[in-house]
Design a protein around this ligand. Structure first.
Ligand SMILES: *Cc1c(COP(=O)(O)O)cnc(C)c1O
Length: 405
C-alpha cells in the first residue's frame, strides 16, 4: 500500500472543496415516474436528460424486461465473438433507418464512442492521395482535427487520443473555422455537437456541411441532445440537413435507455467493425438495453406533440429568466442555462431552487469556463401544465432579479 497516494488525493480533494468545486454523489429514487430525494421528498426534475420521459415509459420498461427474459441478462462477449445477436443487428438497422443513414453501429456509451471513433477516423493508414503506404509515409493518412471550443469532454478525449493535432475553433464561429481549415494541408476532420450540452444552443449544420465540402473535410456531429428531440420526427439535426459524414448519438438521454450509436455510410460502419478498438474490445450491449432502444424507436417518431410542448415550455422558461435579467446564452432547445457567475453563488442558487422543489444542478468549472458557473435547467415533455407553473414559480421565488447588464 502506498500511503502517499491517499494523502496526495486527499490534499487535492481539500483544494477542490475550498474552491467550491467538490462533487458528491447523491442517490435519487423514481416513484410513479417522479423524482424523489433520499428523504422521499418529490422534486420537479429539471436536470436529467430524459427529455421525453421514456426511461419511465411502460412500453420501454416492458420490452427491456421481455428481452432480458427471452435472451438473457447479459451478452457475455464482444461483438466480434458471440456478442452479436439477430436483435443487435435488427436494432442497428432500425437506428440507421431512424437516422436516415445507410448503416449504424451500437457502442457501449457515448463517451466511449467519441473517445474511440474520433482517433480511429483520424488515423486511417493510406488516407493521403496516391501515397503508397510504406514506413516513410506513415502518418500520411492522419487527419488534422478541428473541434468546437464547447465540445463535450468525450470529444476532447477522442481528439487527444488521436494525437494528430487538434485545432480548437471558437464556439460556433465558422469564420474562425474557415480560416483554420484554409491554413491546413492534408486530410481534415471537423467535430461538433448539433446541440451543445451546457449552453443549449445549436450548430449551424447546413453551413458546416458547405464549409466541410469547400475544404474537402469530413464532418462528425454529436447528436447526444438532439436525438429524439429535434429534426424531423426527432431524428436529429443531421437528418434534417444531410451531408454529415459521421453522426454520433446517445441512447441514454431522450431514448431513456443506455448506450450510443454511430451512423453513416456502409463503408464507415464496416471500417469501425474492423478497426475501432472501443467497439472491438468491449462487451456487447445487453438484451434489456436493446429492448428499451427498440421500444423507444417505436415511440419517438410519433412524439411530435411532446416535442412541441417541450419547445414551448423551454421558451417560457427562457422568457422568465430573461425577465429576471439572467443570461440564457443562445439556448434554443430544451437545455436552458442561467448564468450565475461564481461557483459559490451557483451552488447557493441550486440549493434555493431545490428547497423550492425543483432539482437542478450547478455546473461549475472545469465543465464550463471560469466565471460562468450556472444552473443548467432541462425540460421534459411529461411535465404537465401544473408542474410547469410550479417550476416557473420556484424560479421566480429562488432567483433574485439581477441588475440590468
Ligand atoms: C452525454 C454526452 C455524451 C456521452 O454519452 P454517454 O452515453 O452518457 O456516455 C457524449 N456527448 C455529449 C455531447 C453528451 O452530452
Amino acid at each position: 500500500m502506498d500511503a502517499g497516494l491517499d494523502a496526495l488525493l486527499q490534499s487535492r480533494l481539500t483544494a477542490l472543496s475550498d474552491a467550491n468545486r467538490l462533487r458528491r454523489l447523491r442517490p435519487w429514487h423514481w416513484q410513479q415516474g417522479s423524482l424523489h430525494d433520499a428523504d422521499g421528498r418529490a422534486l420537479i426534475d429539471a436536470s436529467s436528460n430524459d427529455y421525453l420521459g421514456l426511461s419511465q415509459h411502460p412500453l420501454v420498461k416492458a420490452r427491456a424486461a421481455k428481452w432480458a427474459e427471452r435472451h438473457g441478462a447479459g451478452a457475455p462477449a464482444s461483438r466480434l465473438v458471440t456478442g452479436t445477436r439477430d436483435i443487435t443487428l435488427a436494432v442497428e438497422e432500425r437506428l440507421a433507418d431512424f437516422k436516415r443513414c445507410e448503416a449504424a453501429l451500437l457502442f457501449s456509451t457515448g463517451f466511449q464512442a467519441n473517445a474511440t471513433v474520433i482517433p480511429a477516423l483520424a488515423k486511417v493508414p493510406g488516407g493521403a492521395p496516391k501515397v503508397v503506404q510504406s514506413k516513410q509515409s506513415a502518418g500520411a493518412g492522419e487527419a488534422a482535427i478541428f473541434s468546437d471550443a464547447l465540445n463535450h469532454a468525450s470529444i476532447v478525449h477522442g481528439c487527444r487520443l488521436a494525437r494528430t493535432g487538434t485545432q480548437v475553433f471558437r464556439h460556433n464561429d465558422l469564420d474562425h473555422l474557415d480560416q483554420l481549415l484554409g491554413q491546413t494541408q492534408g486530410r481534415k476532420l471537423i467535430v461538433t455537437e448539433s446541440v451543445f450540452s451546457m449552453d443549449g444552443d445549436r450548430a449551424d449544420l447546413p453551413a458546416l456541411v458547405q464549409l466541410a465540402e469547400r475544404h474537402g473535410a469530413a464532418l462528425y456531429v454529436d447528436e447526444a441532445h438532439a436525438t429524439g428531440v429535434l429534426g424531423p420526427q426527432g431524428r436529429g439535426l443531421a437528418a434534417e440537413c444531410g451531408g454529415v459524414d459521421v453522426v454520433m448519438g446517445t441512447l441514454g438521454k431522450a431514448f431513456g435507455a443506455f448506450g450510443a450509436y454511430i451512423a453513416g455510410s456502409r463503408a464507415l460502419i464496416d471500417y469501425l467493425v474492423n478497426r475501432c478498438p472501443g467497439f472491438i474490445y468491449t462487451t456487447a450491449l445487453p438484451p434489456a438495453v436493446l429492448g428499451a432502444v427498440d421500444a423507444a424507436l417505436d415511440l419517438v417518431p410519433g412524439m411530435d406533440e411532446e416535442r412541441a410542448r417541450l419547445a414551448q415550455n423551454s421558451q417560457r422558461l427562457r422568457d422568465a429568466l430573461t425577465r429576471l435579467n439572467y443570461d440564457t446564452l443562445r439556448s434554443s432547445t430544451q437545455i436552458v442555462p442561467a448564468v450565475i457567475g461564481s461557483e459559490a453563488d451557483a451552488l447557493a442558487a441550486a440549493q434555493r431552487l431545490e428547497d423550492a422543489g425543483v432539482l437542478t444542478v450547478a455546473i461549475r468549472p472545469p465543465t464550463v469556463a471560469e466565471g460562468t458557473s450556472r444552473l443548467r435547467l432541462t425540460l421534459h415533455s411529461n411535465l404537465d401544465e401544473a408542474g410547469m407553473q410550479r417550476l416557473l414559480d420556484a424560479v421566480a421565488a429562488s432567483l433574485p432579479p439581477r441588475p440590468k447588464a
